[in-house]
Design a protein around this ligand. Structure first.
Ligand code: HEC
Ligand code: HEC
Length: 307
């Protein structure tokens, strides 16, 4: 079986012109589903970043090698091309830099990069393919380059929302009401979830952090600056309907719960640290308002990524 897969892959790649972004991305796509890059050959990137679910996971914490659990919720890797940093706390500056971290992470793939490179080099298909595409055998640089090239192809722009902007379809009355609420001063959603991918690429504390251990301290864990306590990256909202559960700890299972969280202010009383001031006023949304917001969020799904 393995033999046939290897031969099939070799044929597939032999038709591709060498040294183009496309061939690198095709190799990156194959590597994204490659389990030999994990210690016990049981986990690939796609085990947690599941393509059918917007390249995210369906559980709060994902399973890595030997059943270990991740410490944060697995984010979608769609629409990463224009992000200025990666991870909930922005500890990686580029996709290239990011790509090798999950391989070495003991909770994720648990394989030292040296060993990963060795496994690829001793695999005839990979050795040949890397040589053809990069002119060198597998190494940490070209491995991360291949992953990044693939991830940069994962851009979504054909959601119902996008089509409505191009006047190709019309939003329903409820979706349109939700859109207006989303960009209004009543909700402030758009202040943070703005731009093409619905993120300001900034860090905010929206009140999930209660200031005590064992809570995740977010951006603070990298900067050690107390003004960063409890701040996390603003996630983009494209394909949000298919990437549940939500937030850095996956605490909300549905979009309804997320909207209810923003609507209630009880958490602000308990969480006084660095909370964004826009969120410190009650939204006072009616049941219809909340339903409309959720309907709007559901228009952001690019169906090409739902199978
Ligand atoms: C065991 C599950 C798991 C595996 C395997 C895994 N990831 Fe992740 N990934 C996560 C989690 C959890 C995070 C968030 C971690 C954090 O922010 O601290 C993440 C974050 C990311 C991000 C940043 C996304 C963002 O919004 O900033 C990218 C890109 C990414 N992973 C790509 C990959 C690639 C490439 C691989 C394979 C080499 C991979 N991941 C393997 C769970 C996983
Ligand atoms: C002050 C900035 C800010 C405002 C205003 C804001 N958000 Fe967020 N949003 C964030 C941040 C930061 C996170 C991630 C928080 C975390 O996990 O700790 C987030 C997370 C989310 C998520 C979950 C994303 C995921 O992938 O898990 C959804 C959905 C969401 N927001 C929708 C909304 C809606 C709807 C509104 C308006 C009612 C809104 N947001 C207002 C900053 C903001």
């Amino acid at each position: 079986m393995l033999f046939f897969i290897t031969v099939y892959a070799a044929i597939q790649f032999s038709f591709l012109p060498a040294d183009t972004i496309k061939t690198k991305a095709a190799l990156g796509k194959k590597l994204f589903g490659e389990k030999i890059l994990s210690k016990d050959s049981s986990i690939s990137c796609a085990s947690c970043h599941i393509p059918e679910f917007g390249f995210s996971d369906t559980v709060a914490f994902s399973k890595g090698v030997y059943g270990k659990l991740t410490k944060r919720n697995t984010p979608s890797v769609l629409n990463m091309k224009n992000r200025p940093y990666f991870f909930w706390d922005a500890r990686a500056a580029t996709l290239e830099q990011q790509a090798l971290m999950p391989i070495a992470n003991p909770d994720e793939m648990g394989l030292p990069i040296k060993e990963a490179v060795k496994r690829l080099t001793t695999n005839p298909f990979y050795k040949k393919t890397f040589l053809k595409i990069f002119g060198t055998a597998p190494n940490p640089q070209n491995l991360s380059e291949a992953f990044a090239a693939f991830e940069k192809t994962l851009e979504t722009g054909e959601s119902k929302f996008d089509l409505s902007v191009d006047d190709k379809v019309q939003l329903t009355e409820q979706e349109e009401k939700g859109r207006q609420l989303f960009i209004s001063d009543k909700t402030h959603c758009f202040d943070c979830h703005r731009g093409e991918d619905f993120t300001n690429d900034d860090f905010k504390n929206i009140g999930l952090y209660d200031g005590y251990e064992p809570n995740d301290k977010g951006r603070f864990s990298i900067t050690k600056d107390s003004s960063d306590l409890g701040k996390f990256k603003t996630p983009g909202l494209r394909n949000i309907a298919i990437t549940a559960p939500y937030m850095h700890d996956g605490r909300f299972k549905t979009l309804e719960e997320v909207v209810e969280f923003y609507n209630s202010t009880t958490h602000f009383v308990a969480n006084p640290i660095n909370i964004d001031k826009d969120l410190a006023v009650p939204l006072r949304l009616s049941k219809q308002d909340k339903e409309a917001l959720v309907s709007f969020l559901k228009t952001l799904t690019d169906k090409r990524y739902v199978r």
